[in-house]
Structure formats: C-alpha cells, structure tokens
Design a protein around this ligand. Structure first.
Ligand code: F6R
Length: 241
C-alpha cells in the first residue's frame, strides 16, 4: 500500500484528484468506481476545475457508484444519485448513460443486487475505485460484521452510521435504515483502489484499518490484502500512526 500524506483536506483532495485524472488520461474509457459523502467532495471540485480548464475529458468515462440508500427516489436530495449529479455529473462532460448507481427504488433486493454485480462484470470491472471510510471502518455500506459480505447486497445500517448521516436529514427518523452496497469482493476486484481520509476523528480507525489485523470487524482492513491500494490522508487522519 502506498500512503500519501496531505497537509489538510484541500491538499488531500488535490492529491487524490491528481490520481483520478491520471487514470482518465491514461485510459480515457476507464471505469471509475465513485463514492459519496464529505470525503470526495473536494476531489470532485478539483476535477471540475481541471475539466473547465480543458485539461480533462470525461466523454468516454463510465462510472459505477459504491452504494445507494434504499427507498429514496432519485429526485430526493439525499439520494446518492442526486449527490453525484449535483457534485460531478452535471458539471463535466460525462455521458449520463454511462453513469450507474444501485436503484434505491428497486422492488426486489436480490434481483437488484444481481443486476448491479452483472453490470459491473459486463463493464469489465472497475479500473479505479475511490473510497471514503466510516468511523467504524466501513467501506461502501459494508458495516463491521462476523464475515466479509461478498457481492452487492442490501444492508441494515448500523446505529452509528445512521447517527453520522443524520446531519444530512431533517431528523434521524428520516435517515433510511437500509442501503444497497457493493460487497467486499466487488470492491476488492477493482484493479486499483484509492482511499481518502481526512480529520483527527478518523485517526483511530486509520490506525486500526491499515496497521491492525485484517478482520471483518473493521471492513476496511481487508484493503491490506489488495496489491494496488493508495491511501491519501491528511496529517490529522495520520496522527496516530
Ligand atoms: C459513500 C460511502 C461511505 C463513506 C463513509 C465516509 O458512498 O460509501 O462508505 O465513504 O461513510 O463518509 P464521509 O466521507 O462523509 O466521512
């Protein structure tokens, strides 16, 4: 694993955006695995800036997102579909037909998960997967558990995740209780993985995930077994290692 130390969130975003843009330049028709949440917003802003300068072209890029809340329509401003359109897709020249997320309104969970895994396979897999990490070590919505979940699945969100996400909703009761997420196997099959972490509130989990034992109790720890992982974290997030 390569670790790049950034000064702060802005520096982390710029360094990570450099890696994503290198991927797009080296393989213009690449498949990017994308994430939502506060960690990647600065990266998307930086990519948009470079796109506006004429330095980046998304016209041949395909994207697959990690996860989506179950039960939120695409026009709900808390859906990940809405997030991706607001923070990236509507601001660059990516072809919307080539952007994919799990369908939060699917009627049959099992069918939806199978559909998403097949879709990723049919695209030839993910070239570069961008990941944030939760305070409990979750990646996507793969929560701490007794075993690693493999393919795309529907999860019941943990109380700590619902608590962390309530800042985006009017009340905690509005936070969805279930979500679709790529599984650990799907994530681990990505050719390259880029993890971004910022802030001293993540310092403890960075230490556990990347320097502790590999265990499903800390889902991100499995990334230690991948042979092409880059962690870009700021000084605060790296303060305990
Ligand atoms: C988002 C996702 C989540 C977040 C994680 C960290 O698509 O899959 O695993 O990456 O919850 O969230 P932030 O970046 O808001 O701290």
């Amino acid at each position: 694993m390569k670790i790049y130390k950034a000064k702060d969130y802005k520096d982390m975003s710029r360094k990570a955006a450099n890696i994503l843009s290198a991927q797009i330049i080296m393989k213009p028709d690449c498949v990017l695995g994308l994430a939502t949440g506060s960690s990647p917003i600065g990266i998307y802003e930086q990519l948009i800036e470079w796109y506006n300068k004429g330095d980046l072209d998304f016209s041949q890029v395909t994207s697959v997102n990690l996860d989506e809340y179950k039960g939120l329509k695409i026009d709900n401003d808390q859906s990940y579909y809405y997030f991706m359109h607001k923070h990236l897709f509507s601001k660059v020249n990516i072809d919307i037909k080539n952007t994919f997320l799990p369908n939060g309104m699917a009627e049959d969970d099992k069918k939806e998960c199978e559909r998403y895994d097949k879709l990723i396979q049919s695209l030839g897999g993910v070239d570069l997967q961008l990941l944030g990490m939760g305070h409990n070590g979750h990646i996507g919505f793969n929560e701490p558990d007794e075993a690693f979940e493999k393919g795309t699945h529907c999860v019941k969100l943990q109380a700590s995740t619902i608590e962390a996400n309530k800042r985006f909703f009017e009340s905690i009761d509005d936070v969805p209780k279930y979500a679709y997420t790529m599984g650990i196997k799907t994530i681990m099959q990505s050719k390259k993985i880029l993890v971004v972490v910022s802030g001293d509130d993540k310092a403890e989990i960075v230490k556990k995930a990347f320097f502790g034992p590999v265990t499903p109790a800390v889902p991100a720890s499995i990334l230690q077994m991948h042979n092409d992982v880059i962690l870009v974290a700021d000084e605060a997030a790296l303060s305990k290692i």
